[in-house]
Ligand binder design. Structure first.
Ligand SMILES: [Zn+2]
Ligand SMILES: [Zn+2]
Length: 255
């Protein structure tokens, strides 16, 4: 059993702990087996397990636990980055927490995610200039009048949010490779260049930097780009690694 199938056991809507006939190997496990395996995965791979459940929207406490564990990990490892090592002990935990929170948000992102619309800053409306022909009440010459009106934002259709799916590949992560397709005469797909095959746009790391700036002004954008961003990226990788570890723990416990 993998993490994906563990999800349904967390959903209160689907009572899976029954003795109805089971079709697949993973379903041949009893509810007790599953509970024990999940308990084991949770204790041996707590960060990855909580991170995954939180990502799938099982519970806010799972997300909080994952962020707390990642913050702890960030604090333990951040001293290898000089700019972070130099931070005062009283602000370091807050910086680590900001980094961990954004790393977790990025990890949770998928092609199905939504993000705030950049065009209207999430409000759903934009101000637009319009020119209308107005004739003065007292008669006279009709003339063009410039007005600023609030109109519904086009990219998000007034919802204030847009899909995080990549614009170039529509979230598929693959695009037709024109050159290879022409050369080989059959459709050849390759990883989308814009999103690197992920299918969705990552959270701009500058947003994480902005959150850090609210804690301290000691990390300039230049320092961020050179040394702190790679550390931030490693936190996102850490979550992926921990999820894979939770998955393999669960698999071996239910083999
Ligand atoms: Zn918009
Ligand atoms: Zn793409």
């Amino acid at each position: 059993m993998n993490l994906e199938s563990a999800i349904k056991f967390h959903s209160p809507k689907s009572p899976q702990f029954t003795d109805s006939p089971r079709a697949t190997a993973s379903e041949a496990l009893t509810g007790t087996d599953v509970m024990a395996a999940m308990g084991m995965a949770q204790s041996r791979a707590e960060m990855g397990y909580s991170a995954f459940l939180g990502k799938m929207g099982i519970g806010k406490q799972d997300s909080d636990r994952a962020i707390n564990l990642l913050t702890k990990y960030a604090l333990e490892t951040c001293d290898r980055v000089a700019a972070l090592r130099k931070l005062n002990g009283d602000i370091k935990p807050a910086v680590a927490q900001a980094l961990a929170t954004y790393a977790y948000l990025d990890y949770c992102r998928s092609a199905a995610s939504v993000k705030g619309c950049d065009c209207c800053a999430g409000t759903g409306f934009i101000e637009a200039e319009v020119f209308t022909m107005k004739s003065p009440l007292a008669g006279g010459v009709r003339r063009n009048v410039r007005e600023v009106v609030r109109v519904r934002c086009k990219p998000c259709e007034g919802r204030g949010i847009v899909s995080a799916a990549c614009n170039d590949c529509s979230g598929r992560g693959k695009v037709v490779d024109r050159k290879k397709t022409e050369a080989q005469g059959v459709p050849v797909m390759s990883n989308c260049k814009r999103c690197g095959g992920r299918g969705y746009e990552r959270i701009p790391s500058t947003e994480a930097h902005r959150a850090v700036c609210e804690v301290t002004d000691l990390l300039s954008l230049d320092t961020w780009k050179k040394t702190v961003k790679p550390f931030y990226d490693s936190l996102i990788d850490k979550l992926e690694i921990e999820e894979a570890w939770a998955n393999s723990t669960l698999r071996s416990a239910t083999r």
